[in-house]
Write a protein that binds this ligand. Structure first.
Ligand SMILES: [Zn+2]
Length: 151
């Protein structure tokens, strides 16, 4: 299991740590400045054991559930790509699954790696909430092998 302490938010007013999903400090009720989230970006590679489409979908579910239970707000899913064949099929399945999860309210938002750019409106909005995204290595790289999932 992950060390939960690393996912805690430290209150700017009283210095006590608390899980970021609480939104406000349970000790002194201070809200983070402008509700800016300092959540780290968790990278999850779901292609490393060369899964088939079903396995990839299942892995995606597991990774998202794990991140949620650890209070993580941003997961970078590395699903790979491929002009044809396995990688391409997995990417299509991941896109479908993420769209479904968003419409079911299971995730807040998601951004495809190819759209993850400072010119993209959705990315601009998420950078406002999660300034850490600005320094992400995949920003403006049109990395079609990843997707960013916001919980
Ligand atoms: Zn506090």
């Amino acid at each position: 299991m992950k060390n939960n302490n690393s996912n805690l938010f430290v209150c700017e007013r009283c210095g006590n740590p608390y899980p970021p999903e609480r939104g406000i400090c349970p000790y002194c009720s201070a809200a983070p400045k402008g509700n800016i989230r300092r959540s780290k970006i968790k990278t999850e590679n779901i292609k490393k054991n060369l899964p088939n489409v079903e396995e990839a979908r299942r892995l995606l579910d597991v990774k998202i559930a794990n991140a949620k239970s650890n209070g993580i707000k941003i997961v970078k899913i590395v699903h790979g790509y491929g002009s044809s064949g396995k990688g391409g099929k997995i990417k299509i399945a991941i896109i479908k699954t993420l769209n479904k999860k968003k419409s079911d309210g299971k995730i807040k938002e998601w951004i495809a790696g190819d759209d993850f750019s400072t010119l993209d409106v959705k990315t601009q909005q998420m950078i406002k909430i999660y300034p850490k995204l600005k320094s992400d290595s995949d920003l403006n790289k049109k990395n079609i092998g990843i997707s960013l999932v916001f919980l």
